[in-house]
Design a protein around this ligand. Sequence first.
Ligand code: GCU
Length: 137
Amino acid sequence: LPALEQEAENATISQGVVESNHAGFSGTGFVNYNNVAGSYIEYTINAEAGGEHDLTFRYANGTTADRPVSVTVDGASAQTVSFPGTGAWTTWQTRTAKVTLKAGLNKIRATATTANGGPNADKLTAVLVGPPDTEAP
Ligand code: GCU
């Protein structure tokens, strides 16, 4: 099964702006979360099969402070993902969280939990890592 991904600049953005002034992003830009708790990006991932997935967030954080984000799937199963400093706003790294997705559309919301907001966000990739859910007969 192929990896599924969405560029942050194509996702739903609440309290954030699309920018392109720090090189190294994929697509046409990245999302700069507003520096406020509660700012979020909501990605839509169309999973081919339900089951356990790795969600990989590509990001940059040019500060030395972690910018943790709460990740939910369709509004539930919240977990906090850490986005520590990457050394520069042009240095992009990844962090991965494990989640269960259902076949079809899944709304993955990544909400800043501190007053610094989230990191600069490039894209989200989902890869099925567990056995796919079996179809009902
Ligand atoms: C700088 C940087 C932005 C970043 C911001 C922040 O302004 O240029 O890309 O989003 O800091 O701290 O969030």
